[in-house]
Design a protein around this ligand. Structure first.
Ligand code: ADP
Ligand code: TRP
Length: 333
């Protein structure tokens, strides 16, 4: 039986962090043996904020290196740059004709970006979910491993797929978000405000490239308080966040110990953070070192991207030929 198809992308907008790892990359690595996987660097998506052309290459290389450092095997998956697949913008153009201004303006991530950068509300930003849909449908993917923040974008991808199918005949399967476990992951930022992110909350985000001391400093600054005063009381959200991080990287024993001391009001948050910091260091340091070594080997990264693009284009070319035919773009034969 042929394997089910998986697509996911990460924007080349900065350093990858713990949220990217637990929301996306951890799932990529777990899926690589059992699914037909297409993972890519969303460099076109990063252009909405007009990055300096000088930075693009290093940013793309870093995303590739960090993915491989986390355990992704380029021999098992197609790992490529979005801009190496011209069929993606072609499908994006087709899908744009089926996407309406009103629905795009209502997308919460779009509204957030407009609020943050009112002077840069470009058409690429508005149609961001359409390009994302093209990324997914170009390989006819059924599963999209992403963090919780992308749930709504995938819902839009399902809508656009249905709309295409309705108008031009069944071509695309409906893609669904994927996560091992019951719910999609949101890794909280250390200051208790929102999620870890490449572009916001930088001091409250743990990056896979952070050195050991930076990790320790950031963790020690995580928001806590003087501790609970009533036995078995409910945790405030910022304490839940710290426990969520502990759950990601610490042993069951450590988690149980601190949960018990929280419940009987003897918890010392200083001790908890020290332990969390050491567990984070132990988790991040080997990834950082592997990524650094690979980034130093540019020819290896280029080889990975080239081979990834070849695999991805094979599948993309098939889909785009079918989409053209379905629409009626067929003049010579
Ligand atoms: P960022 O939001 O940091 O710029 P991207 O938008 O490129 O990162 O996201 C790449 C992947 O990482 C997506 O699947 C996204 O859902 C996931 N992701 C990003 N931040 C988090 C987070 N804090 N928790 C869980 N998943 C996240
Ligand atoms: N929009 C995603 C993000 O900001 C990145 C992305 C682009 C993506 N295209 C995709 C994720 C296709 C999954 C599938 O995180």
């Amino acid at each position: 039986m042929s394997k089910e198809i998986v697509v996911s992308g990460i924007r080349s907008t900065g350093y990858l962090h713990l949220g990217n790892y637990f929301g996306a990359m951890r799932n990529y690595v777990k899926m690589q043996d059992d699914y037909n996987c297409y993972f890519f660097v969303a460099d076109y998506h990063s252009l909405t904020t007009h990055p300096d052309p000088k930075d693009l290459r290093a940013n793309v290389y870093r995303v590739v290196a960090e993915n491989v450092a986390c355990g992704l095997d380029p021999n098992k998956v197609a790992l490529y740059a979005q801009s190496d697949i011209p069929e993606i913008p072609e499908l994006y153009l087709m899908l744009n004709m089926l996407a309406y201004k009103g629905e795009l303006e209502k997308v919460p991530t779009f509204k957030d970006k407009v609020r943050l950068n009112p002077d840069n509300v470009n058409a690429g930003l508005l149609t961001y979910p359409v390009l994302m849909t093209a990324d997914i449908l170009i390989h006819k993917a059924a599963h999209v491993p992403v963090g919780k923040d992308q749930e709504q974008h995938i819902e839009m991808a399902r809508n656009f797929a249905q709309r295409f199918n309705h108008r031009y005949g069944d071509l695309f399967p409906e893609p669904f978000p994927f996560n091992f476990g019951d719910t999609l992951v949101k890794v909280p930022s250390l200051d208790g405000n929102g999620k870890m992110s490449k572009s916001e909350n930088l001091n409250a985000t743990l990056f896979l490239a952070d050195d050991d001391d930076t990790i320790r400093k950031k963790v020690m600054k995580a928001k806590t308080d003087s501790g609970p005063t009533e036995m078995n009381s409910e945790m405030p959200e910022y304490i839940q966040n710290v426990f969520q991080l502990l759950n990601l990287v610490s042993s069951k024993e450590t988690i149980d110990t601190f949960t018990n001391t929280y419940n009987d009001c003897t918890i010392r948050y200083g001790d908890l953070k020290k332990q969390l910091a050491e567990d984070m260091v132990a988790f991040i340091a080997p990834i950082r070192e592997r990524a650094q070594a690979l980034q130093a080997d540019e020819s290896q990264i280029q080889k990975i991207l080239k081979e990834g693009a070849e695999k991805a284009r094979e599948s993309a070319a098939k889909t785009i030929a079918e989409a053209r035919k379905a629409i009626g773009i067929s003049y010579y034969g």
